[in-house]
Design a protein around this ligand. Structure first.
Ligand code: PRP
Length: 181
């Protein structure tokens, strides 16, 4: 599959992403303005670019932690079996937590992670995803904040990969296979 030739068409520009992050951070700030310290948990690997831009735009005391979950392997279809490769380092009991996801597709990954972290009894936990593909949802879940709702396109860039490539694009693009009619 990865040997198939493809091109990438821009779907969401870097400028649009930056503008949307400013708006999202205003909402997050309003929700958490009374917090002592917000624990921002990025889901690796896809959220590493988003969380970097998000925390730099957030005018709040933050602690940054990471959890690595994967449901895709190197394929294009979710395996629906979420594996945790790396847990967060810090304790979240009684703390305010923001879980940062790059994209919610079937919803299995975020659902699984929210269940695991909720069991640790945070004081308040919210979720944010840069992208949402509601048409693909298999579990009843919605992130508290969404950057952009998108159609069912295979997207890459801004942290999101296709077989571990294209994560370093500064924009969100969609994959177009060039061997298709
Ligand atoms: C992708 C993406 C989300 C998840 C969304 O991660 O980064 O975490 O899939 O899919 P879902 O809603 O169907 O569960 P992936 O498993 O590819 O790992 P990665 O973040 O390391 O790329």
């Amino acid at each position: 599959m990865t040997h198939r030739p493809y091109e990438i068409d821009q779907l969401i520009s870097a400028k649009s992403i930056a503008a949307r992050i400013e708006e999202l951070c205003a909402d997050i700030h309003a929700e958490f303005e009374d917090t002592d310290k917000l624990v921002v948990v990025g889901l690796l690997r896809g959220s590493f670019v988003f969380i970097a831009d998000l925390v730099r735009e957030l005018n709040l005391p933050v602690e940054v932690d990471f959890l690595e979950a994967s449901s895709y392997g190197d394929g294009m279809e979710s395996s629906r079996e979420v594996r945790i490769f790396k847990d967060i380092r810090g304790k979240i009991e009684g703390r305010d937590v923001l879980v940062v996801e790059d994209i919610v597709d079937t919803g299995h990954t975020l659902n699984h992670v929210v269940q695991i972290l909720s069991a640790r009894k945070p004081a308040r936990m919210k979720t944010i995803a840069l992208l949402d593909k509601p048409s693909r949802r298999e579990v009843d879940l919605a992130a508290d904040w969404i950057g952009f709702s998108i159609p069912d396109e295979f997207v890459v860039g801004y942290g999101i990969d296709f077989a571990q490539r294209n994560r370093n694009l500064p924009y969100i693009g969609k994959v177009r296979f060039t061997d298709q009619a």
